[in-house]
Ligand binder design. Structure first.
Ligand code: GTP
Ligand code: SPV
Ligand code: MN
Length: 586
């Protein structure tokens, strides 16, 4: 195959040789994506203890990987976008001049693969024959990365064939280095379609097809080419009559995307079905008729283990009983994986490999994860493989908010919806290093992932209004509102289908809603909660808005948006002014 690369794409061959001579690996392995290759890597990692085999009877073909304890999450402060113009990345990104960034990274990569194998991973983000898909090549010295990329992407020969044909692909270079947090950087060069990541083996920092390519680089390409690359799940809802609607939802990291994407309808919802298209990333294009179509660029899930149990997410719970790589979970004495709220078994060993002692913290790291092929998911939709994607009826924004944001509301129109997305906020989670549980603005759930200036990003979102009259309706949800004792007001998880039903009924113009200053809210009777046993006062609170709190909120959103300076689109500023005025007039 190496000769084939030389003949078909000399430029790629040149890059591989250049990287090899700079990083000085012991061996070079071009990945073909086969099952044999996967098995070979797994066997090798069992020997090196990079993977620990789990109980073969209850968890066949499942493994545990323990990362370095200082390398367990994305590192937003060490993630950069490198473009010639600083203004192009905005205050939402760290910036470095490309020349300086290359120099810094090249120094780190020097001889970094000595005594190691360099793997070349051709991959395709999206169905292999879809015009919306994009390819990349990741070079890495981590077999764990290769195995994860095999589960998460369409990896190997077919991707390489497509790369030969298209001749355009993202070049990603990754090395685990010494895992020294002081020598850890994730750099993106959107104009060169290149990524350089050093010093971390963690998912979002090291699996370069995921956040680095499919969001940061892709969002830049999408802006140039007129589409959107978003941090969104894509879910299909089928009613008892067999009608299907597809919804794309942007919630920040660890805020419920995987759970919603594969929920199981509650018992009260006979005949309803949920179909998963994707759980983390959506690429949205307008087709020739102006309909918004979505593909999931990924082929697997890198999901949060903690909290996954039979009641919260049975589909996930079942799909990770085979063919799964677990990262940083605990172990039971029977060598089964264990995490907080698994609700079965007891922890014997913690995620660091020490005997479990509750005084030393949780058994599983709060950001412990599972990696599994989407094919294992009982609710996986065959349309996730469709080259033209699925039609999107609604876009839903949401976050973790103890107070303020109601269970659900609807934007008055597209521009107002963009304002709602731009004003999103959520409490921080364990998915990134740093303080947890602090409210921060996270527009469209893209704060860590938008590869360019948010002001330009909002203009790009707004521009869709002129391109078609078939845009999806926009909504906002909050599953995380709490009462004064700190208890969740809404049961969440599978019961969230009730809210999706309201959203769909609104899209189909089947029901009315209550117009308020912030948008359309449901009439309580339009969300069926009769069998849930929730106190009426809780329902009323979930569907209420406190105007004084909202005046404060809108002022804070306004300040945030305006802080992006002259490039902020006038339409967004007008939305802010309109909303501020109508709240103050009430
Ligand atoms: P990333 O993979 O980091 O992007 O996360 P995600 O958005 O896919 O989040 P995920 O579905 O994995 O959920 C994260 C955490 O939120 C888990 O611990 C879930 O148990 C919890 N969670 C998910 N949905 C709900 C819900 O409706 N209500 C409540 N209270 N918790 C939820
Ligand atoms: C997230 O943090 O949003 C994730 C996990 O989905 S990671 O791949 O690390 O970004
Ligand atoms: Mn995510």
């Amino acid at each position: 195959m190496k000769n084939q690369i030389k003949a078909s794409l000399p430029e790629l061959s040149h890059w591989i040789n250049e990287v090899a001579s700079h990083t000085n690996p012991d061996k070079i392995h071009l990945c073909d994506g086969s099952e044999d290759e996967y098995q070979f890597l797994i066997d090798q990692m069992k020997v090196t203890r990079d993977l620990i085999e789990l109980d073969k009877d209850s968890y066949p073909n499942c493994f545990l990987h323990r990362s370095d304890p200082e390398d367990v999450a994305r590192v937003e402060h060490l993630t950069y976008i490198c473009t010639p113009e600083k203004d192009d990345v905005g205050s939402n990104n760290n910036w470095m001049e490309p020349k300086d960034a290359h120099a810094k990274m090249d120094k780190l990569f020097e001889n970094s693969m000595k005594n190691r194998t360099m793997y070349i991973i051709p991959y395709c983000m999206g169905p292999i024959d879809s015009p919306y898909s994009r390819c990349g090549i990741e070079i890495t010295d981590s077999p764990y990365v290769v195995a994860n990329m095999k589960l998460m992407t369409r990896m190997g020969k077919d991707a390489l064939k497509r790369i030969f044909k298209e001749k355009e692909y993202v070049k990603g270079l990754h090395s685990t280095g010494k895992l020294d947090p002081n020598e850890r950087f994730i750099m993106h060069f959107p104009e060169e379609l290149a990524i350089k990541s050093f010093g971390s083996g963690y998912g979002g920092n090291a699996l370069l097809g995921k956040k680095c390519h499919a969001l940061r680089i892709a969002s830049w390409q999408a802006k140039k080419e007129g589409w959107l690359a978003e941090h969104m799940l894509i879910v299909g809802v089928e009613n008892p009559e067999g009608e299907k609607h597809y919804i794309a939802c942007a919630f920040p990291s660890a805020c419920g995307k995987t759970n919603l994407a594969m929920l199981i309808p509650p018992k009260s919802h006979k005949g309803w079905k949920i179909w998963t298209i994707g759980d983390d990333i959506a690429w949205l294009h307008l087709d020739k008729t102006g309909q918004m179509q979505a593909i999931n660029p990924e082929a697997g899930y890198f999901g949060v283990a903690k909290g996954t149990n039979e009641a919260t997410n049975k589909n996930a719970f079942d799909m990770i009983k085979k063919d799964t790589i677990f990262t940083n979970v605990g172990l039971t004495k029977n060598n089964e994986p264990w995490w907080e709220s698994k609700d079965i078994g007891e922890p014997a060993i913690d995620w660091k490999g020490k005997e479990y002692d509750s005084d030393n913290g949780p058994a599983a790291h709060p950001n412990s994860r599972f990696t599994v092929s989407a094919k294992n998911n009982p609710s996986y939709s065959s349309l996730a493989e469709a080259s033209d994607g699925v039609p999107i009826s609604a876009i839903v924004f949401g976050g973790r908010r103890k107070k303020l944001a109601p269970l659900v509301y609807e934007a008055k129109n597209w521009k107002h919806g963009v304002f709602i997305g731009a004003g999103m906020a959520s409490e921080t989670t364990a998915a990134a290093t740093g303080i947890k549980g602090v409210l921060r603005r996270d527009p469209m759930a893209m704060l860590p992932f938008c590869g360019y200036n948010f002001a330009d990003y909002w203009s790009h979102w707004i521009s869709f209004d002129k391109k078609t009259n078939k845009l999806p309706k926009i909504f906002h949800i909050n599953w995380f509102r709490k009462d004064n004792e700190g208890k969740f007001l809404w049961p969440g998880f599978n019961e969230n289908l009730r809210v999706l039903r309201w959203i769909i009924d609104r899209c189909d113009e089947k029901i009315n809603a209550r117009e308020t200053a912030i948008g359309f809210l449901p009439h309580a009777s339009d969300i069926d909660t009769s069998d849930l046993g929730i106190a009426q006062k809780n329902i009323d609170e979930l569907l209420s808005i406190d105007e004084n709190d909202w005046i404060e909120e809108i002022n804070s959103i306004g300040k945030y948006i305006l802080s992006f300076g002259e490039r902020v689109p006038t339409e967004l500023i007008n939305e802010y002014k309109k909303l501020s005025k109508s709240l103050n007039n009430n």
